[in-house]
Design a protein. Structure first.
Length: 418
């Protein structure tokens, strides 16, 4: 099928899905989860081919984004079951008013319609996106990247089988057969067929969609996430938070890329940080983190001086840019210049500093004494997420079920005319 034919099929399937009740949509997710488990061997076999093709062309960290194993397939199935149990986002009466002339006006949540998602090398996005879309009454059009194409296609095949088992059209979930750039262009221009486009990937992909799409587009930003260690930080806590935020999984968008340290804390904190992220990790058989320091941090630690681009780079690797600042206000100003509005954190025992930071840092998620790695639909109680929106209209932060609905007004009368 051509991309146009696949979009038309998804549009037709969504009309059937819109008539399905919450119970049937929940049953469909249970069946989709069971199909993932039943076809796990096929999915892992296809993933092995993707990994073989990618080796030698991408970093080990990026290979980890691409890799599946039995545990990750099981986690995808569990994610679908969790979403199935969440409250139905469709049909909620958001507001209700009765006018003096007797008209009753209800503002009611409804599905978006056809939601298209363009993503790159994380095959589990296939399952997360499809599950959220179906549960919220939306057809889902998936356009995966070339690196994960076989894996995503196998996952989508299982999900479509689950839909049919539940009595819903398989085309409620469509995996585009064309992985070329032209298919992305067709999605951007699919006015009347695509109701919402969500790009989820690198800065180039997101920028291309936001700047060129003719259909409504949600900006899911790159994650240049900051942690600021204040002069009143508890340093053991700060060390644990920084290591988790940077090194637990550096290939994801909620990993920290920049560390800011108050000048009063720097002499005690930075040497301990270098030890913990360098020698201690190496001795434990873990990948050490490279620190790229501004001149003030380098005066404490020595080492490589950060280039000007290092504070505007989403490394997605074991690299952390480090700068020393004079105050919480300077940290806030630095973040305003360099943050992508994703997730930023302060570590402090000072309530006034924390309040100033949370008031003035304009990001989708702002943390006090916690790792940025929590910016995730599952961690926020949403089951999973369609992406992390860094814009301010309609949706911001992890996009779950409610963010995939819009609303309409239903007006009931008894013969009123104007």
């Amino acid at each position: 099928m051509t991309t146009l034919e696949q979009l038309q099929a998804a549009k037709a399937a969504q009309r059937a899905l819109a008539r399905a009740g919450a119970g049937l949509r929940g049953q469909a997710l249970e069946a989709m989860a069971a199909a993932l488990e039943a076809q796990a061997d096929d999915i892992l076999s296809e993933n092995a081919q993707d990994l073989d093709a990618a080796r030698g062309t991408v970093s080990e960290v990026m290979l980890d984004r691409l890799a599946l194993d039995a545990g990750r397939v099981a986690a995808m199935a569990q994610g679908l079951r969790q979403v199935a149990k969440l409250p139905d986002p469709v049909g909620r009466v958001l507001e209700s008013v009765e006018r003096p002339d007797g008209l009753r006006i209800d503002k009611v949540s409804v599905p978006m319609g056809v939601v298209a998602i363009v993503y790159e090398s994380r095959p589990n996005v296939t399952s997360d996106a499809a599950g959220l879309a179906v549960r919220s009454g939306n057809a889902c059009v998936l356009r995966g990247g070339k690196d994960a194409f076989r894996s995503a296609r196998a996952i989508a095949k299982a999900l479509r089988a689950g839909l049919e088992t539940a009595g819903l059209p398989a085309d409620c979930v469509v995996m585009l057969e064309d992985p070329s750039r032209e298919s992305v262009g067709e999605l951007m221009r699919a006015v009347g067929l695509v109701d919402l486009l969500i790009p989820r990937g690198g800065a180039g992909l997101i920028r291309a969609c936001v700047e060129n799409a003719l259909v409504p587009c949600i900006q899911t930003g790159t994650g240049i996430c900051h942690i600021y260690v204040d002069r009143d930080a508890e340093l053991d806590m700060a060390l644990a938070i920084v290591e988790n935020a940077k090194a637990s999984r550096p290939s994801v968008c909620n990993a920290a890329e920049v560390l800011l340290v108050h000048r009063a804390a720097a002499p005690a904190f930075l040497p301990r940080l270098a030890q913990r992220l360098g020698k201690a990790r190496r001795e434990a058989g873990l990948t050490p983190v490279e620190l790229r320091c501004d001149r003030r941090a380098a005066a404490v630690l020595g080492g490589e001086i950060a280039g000007p681009e290092d504070f505007d780079t989403e490394f997605l690797d074991y690299i952390l840019a480090v700068a020393v600042v004079d105050s919480v206000q300077d940290a806030i100003a630095h973040i305003a210049r360099h943050s992508t509005g994703h997730s930023d954190a302060i570590v402090t025992e000072n309530a006034e500093a924390a309040a100033l930071f949370t008031d003035l840092v304009d990001s989708a998620a702002v943390y006090v004494n916690a790792s940025t790695r929590f910016t995730d639909g599952g961690e926020f109680g949403l089951g999973c997420e369609m992406g992390i929106s860094t814009q301010k209209l309609h949706a911001r932060g992890p996009m779950g079920l409610r963010e995939l609905t819009t609303y309409k007004y239903i007006v009931r009368g008894s013969g009123q005319t104007r």
